[in-house]
Design a protein around this ligand. Structure first.
Ligand SMILES: Cc1cc2nc3c(=O)[nH]c(=O)nc-3n(C[C@H](O)[C@H](O)[C@H](O)COP(=O)(O)O)c2cc1C
Length: 208
């Protein structure tokens, strides 16, 4: 296994140092090398820093506030709002926030046909592969990251500020880590994998 897979952690504390532009480019180049369904490469990466990032996050705050106090679009997910506020605080601290878009995607608040839903699943998986490449490349280069889906609580507000067609899939916070968290728990391999084949190919360790 490559060392970066084991060493990567979600980083929720960042130093204030800027991230050099060539590092950001290298990380997004890693994303661009990901596999994608039909090689559609259903992604665009919007790099936010400084005032632009502040404006983006002001909109995210507005959306979280609307979910709490106004017309909630995700009422059954309200339990996640305290975590979303914490994510917002982390995004404010991180020097770079990369918004990940699926340019051909539709609003999650619109109905989809079965065909559209299938395509969207494939495109979301493809974008996920690209994001994971970003996290691993950042780890390789000595930077910390946080994959963020809590943008969902401010979907309309964020779409208004990014001014792009498509679907906003999430974001990645990037910067120099100011913490070194230990590994978070993972499910045991026995609980997540199962061979489906003849008895002859059963894992030898299971036969003991
Ligand atoms: C699709 C996705 C969305 C996530 N969204 C958030 C988020 O909005 N806020 C946050 O703090 N962490 C978020 N995370 C990070 C997870 O909480 C983290 O990956 C998990 O707890 C395991 O910790 P580790 O990444 O350090 O191994 C997200 C991770 C993934 C893959």
């Amino acid at each position: 296994m490559i060392a970066e897979i084991a060493a990567r952690r979600s980083i929720r504390k960042y130093k204030q140092d800027e991230v050099p532009k060539d590092i950001v480019r290298q990380i997004i180049q890693a994303a661009a090398l990901a596999p994608s369904g039909k090689n559609r490469q259903p992604w665009r990466f919007l790099v936010y820093e400084k005032e632009a990032k502040e404006e983006l996050l002001a909109r995210m705050e507005k959306g979280i506030f609307r979910e709490m106090e106004g017309k909630a679009l995700l009422p059954e997910s309200a339990y996640g709002l305290p975590d979303a506020k914490n994510t917002l605080r982390i995004m404010r601290q991180a020097p770079v926030v990369v918004v990940v878009m699926n340019p051909g995607g539709r609003s999650p608040f619109e109905p989809l046909t079965n065909d559209e839903r299938m395509k969207e699943i494939v495109d979301s998986l493809s974008a996920g592969a690209a994001i994971q490449n970003m996290l691993l490349e950042a780890e390789h280069l000595g930077f910390g990251t946080l994959w963020i889906a809590n943008t969902c609580f401010a979907y309309p507000e964020l779409m208004e500020v990014v001014k792009e067609e498509g679907q906003l899939l999430g974001a990645v916070a990037l910067g120099y880590a100011d913490e070194a968290p230990g590994a978070r728990p993972r499910k045991k391999l026995e609980d997540i994998m199962e061979y489906r084949c003849e008895a002859s190919c059963t894992d030898k360790s299971e036969q003991k």
